[in-house]
Design a protein around this ligand. Sequence first.
Ligand SMILES: Cc1cc2nc3c(=O)[nH]c(=O)nc-3n(C[C@H](O)[C@H](O)[C@H](O)COP(=O)(O)O)c2cc1C
Length: 176
Amino acid sequence: MENGNTLVAYFSRSGENYKVGVVEKGSAKILASYASKMLGAPEYEIATVDGYPEDLLECNKLARKELDENARPALKNMLPDMSSIKNIVLVYPNWWGDLPMAVYSFLDKINTDGITIYPVCTHEDNGLGMTERMLSQAYPKASVQKGVAIRGSVVQSSPFQTESTLKKYLEDRELI
Ligand SMILES: Cc1cc2nc3c(=O)[nH]c(=O)nc-3n(C[C@H](O)[C@H](O)[C@H](O)COP(=O)(O)O)c2cc1C
């Protein structure tokens, strides 16, 4: 299956995290690869030049500083070709109820006019938090759809449950 007008854009972090210990592949990265396979759509990794520490406390410090400063950390990867993209399946972790600032760095740099955003959020307790509202406020020209939240501990331990939740979400939105 080829899906020419959908992009799966994700931010994820490997290393130590809540409830899962130290992981080689972050939960949003795993979700993004499922979504990309189901949709037949390309993946774009939102990664920063400086990255984030593997140590959870150190990561918290940096992420909190970026949030407090409303920072836009510099991105490492070249931006994707957006010319034919109408839908973005946006996969990210809940960081203090908000999106990691790197996700804003990405969305600020592309033209979101007329783009439909499907939020896929991984978390450990707080679901999507404020992220749908933050996206709608920050990108009023995009159409931000109701999102889906999947616990990182479920993503890491239950591939079947994770894939079926994600598949149902994408089917309900008629993306697959
Ligand atoms: C800096 C930071 C802040 C977080 N804040 C929250 C939070 O407010 N609520 C929540 O449910 N989970 C929170 N988490 C947990 C992550 O959302 C969760 O572990 C997620 O599955 C991580 O995805 P990843 O492995 O793709 O990075 C936080 C994690 C980090 C590192």
